[in-house]
Design a protein around this ligand. Structure first.
Ligand code: CTP
Length: 409
């Protein structure tokens, strides 16, 4: 796939305009990492530095990373127009300030406009998302003045991305460390994405289950969880209230996901999903749930003998089938992983489990299946079979979610 197409397929930030305001906090070096990540995701980034920020990270760093002139002087003769702060405020799809010092937060809250950043902030359209990532000493952060200022900004619809706790550059340990660039990126992606799933609770299962044989052995499968995690991330980015029920995987869930329930066995997954499904808009079962588990789990490690051995297996509960018995209004979406007769087998599961849609994929198809970042899906409903091309799992996730919304129409 062509690089630009690949970026468009994967990144909601592709060709989006982002203003990144940087203020005088030690965390300014993280803003350099953030600007680089935004550019790599396909965004066009204009950095505005305050005078104090320039003392910490020079303009050359941001200009090298964004390939754009850094702005800091409202009256610079290099400004393209006399009102660059107004132009930039109108141009941007999201206005991000990271790190935001106590001083700039106070100015924003009071409407003071005395430099390039604060005038641009004030000129931003009311419908443009504004995100602020504070970074400062714990006492400064907890000071009622700062807290009141943050509250004022929150009440005006500005998204405050909370700092974390930990050792700070000033030598103290406490709250005030700016959120990591990787976390900020998730929030910025959400800010520029359509919020068509806003307020809808979606329960998503992901990964394998592990069925214990004894304290050291278990039966599992090759599922990496990547498809389910991609759906959970995309749904959360589009505003859904996501509960991710995850089998054992080595992935980190997006910070936008409201609730993550780690589970191990098919029974654990059954309990978590059925309990969460009660008030859900939709359940998407992308997990590779074990169909069988050992009849008995040995309390002590099993030791070998010279004889062969067999382990009696018993059926696990079929989560989708159980949910379909009291389906009500809930949308049920399943996955079907096949090695042959893809469509026929998937259609059979669609009917048997009363699903609204099943996403079929073949392990034998190149670029599909476990561990890889791409998939080739066929989305099957009772009246349509829609084959999707090879796409990133993120793009597949968005297709599934868009189709899900159409199912309810
Ligand atoms: N599923 C479930 N509960 C189980 C097993 C599977 O809810 N105990 C869900 C999966 O998450 C997936 C769909 O059912 O969404 C897959 O259907 P299934 O008939 O179980 O497929 P396979 O396990 O692949 O079945 P088979 O061995 O019959 O091909």
């Amino acid at each position: 796939m062509d690089e630009a197409l690949k970026k468009k397929d994967v990144s909601p930030l592709f060709e989006k305009h982002i203003v990144l305001g940087v203020t005088g906090s030690i965390a300014a070096y993280k803003a350099a990492m953030l600007s680089s990540a935004l550019v790599k995701a396909g965004a066009l980034v204009r950095v505005i530095e305050t005078r104090n920020a320039l003392k910490l990270v020079g303009e050359a760093t941001f200009e090298g990373l964004t390939h754009q002139r850094v702005l800091y002087d409202t009256f610079s003769p290099d400004n393209a127009s006399g009102v660059e702060h107004v132009d930039l405020a109108g141009w941007t799809d999201a206005f991000v300030v990271a790190p935001a010092s106590a001083d700039v937060i106070a100015k924003f809250a009071c409407g003071i406009a005395d430099d390039m950043l604060t005038t641009s902030f004030l000129a931003v359209r009311r419908d443009t998302p504004v995100l602020i990532a504070p970074a400062m000493n714990t006492n400064m952060y907890e000071n009622p003045a700062t807290q009141e200022n943050l509250e004022k900004l929150r009440s005006r619809g500005i998204k405050i991305i909370e700092p974390s706790s930990g050792p700070l550059a000033c030598g103290t340990v406490g709250k005030g460390r700016m959120a990591e660039p990787s976390e900020l990126l998730f929030h910025i992606e959400a800010a520029v994405s359509r919020q068509d799933l806003s307020g809808k609770k979606i329960v998503i299962s992901a990964g394998p289950t592990a069925e214990d044989i004894d304290p050291v052995r278990f039966i599992t499968n090759h599922s990496s969880g990547k498809m389910g995690y991609a759906i959970a991330e995309c749904a959360a980015r589009r505003g859904a209230d996501v509960t991710l029920v995850s089998g054992p995987v080595s992935l980190t869930p997006s910070p936008l996901i409201k609730k993550v329930i780690p589970v191990r066995s098919a029974q654990d997954m059954y309990e978590a999903v059925t309990s969460e499904a009660k008030d859900a808009f939709a359940v998407i079962m992308s997990a590779a749930v074990a169909d069988y588990r050992p009849e008995n789990v040995a309390d002590e490690k099993l030791h070998k003998s010279d004889d062969d051995m067999s382990i009696p297996l018993t059926r696990t509960k079929d989560i989708l089938l159980e949910l379909s018995k009291n389906k009500g209004d809930i949308i049920l979406i399943g996955f079907s992983m096949e090695t042959e007769a893809l469509i026929e087998n998937a259609k059979e599961k669609l009917l048997k489990k009363s699903l609204d849609m099943i996403c079929a994929n073949s392990v034998k198809q190149q670029g599909a299946g476990f561990s890889v970042d791409t998939n080739v899906l066929t989305l099957i409903t009772k009246d349509e079979v829609k084959e999707l091309p090879l796409m990133s799992k993120r793009a597949c996730a968005n297709e599934i979610l868009s189709r899900l919304l159409e199912l309810k129409k």
